[in-house]
Design a protein around this ligand. Structure first.
Ligand code: ZN
Length: 136
């Protein structure tokens, strides 16, 4: 039986704390297949291998897909509507995130350049590369 890597975050809270602390997207790379992801997990979501190493992901990328959510989870009640996005990061790796400044479909387009905007809220918040950072 494989053991968990000693350098894995001890809790989800500790992992998310990293978002706001240093302005980086904390991510993980599978030691087996090389998949890069921002989603914390005990095992690789692609090949199932245990042993993800922690990495810093690029903070810029392009929108691959998105949808506008009008019905949010509790933690985003004051932000709806907003966009739920899949972003292909520069240099590889896809992450899912959200964009509070996108209120309707015409506010965003596939291929738009976006960048990570650290937030106290859960998840990975992005803004359009041309926008200023939103505080909080
Ligand atoms: Zn893998």
């Amino acid at each position: 039986m494989s053991s968990l890597p000693s350098d894995a975050p001890h809790s989800i809270a500790e992992y998310f704390h990293g978002y706001e602390e240093d302005g980086k997207i904390r991510g993980f790379r599978c030691r087996s297949c090389g998949l890069a992801t921002a989603t914390w997990g005990l095992a690789c979501s692609r090949c199932g291998a245990i042993g993800l190493e922690e990495i810093d992901l690029p903070t810029r990328g392009k929108v691959l897909a998105y949808t506008i959510l009008h019905v949010p989870g509790d933690e985003f009640l004051n932000d709806a509507p907003y966009a739920y996005v899949v972003v292909e990061l520069d240099g590889g790796g896809r992450v899912t995130g959200w964009m509070p400044t996108v209120k309707q479909e015409s506010d965003l387009a596939i291929g738009d350049a976006v960048r990570f905007a650290p937030s106290y809220k859960p998840g990975v918040q992005f803004v359009k590369d041309s926008e200023g950072a939103r505080s909080g």
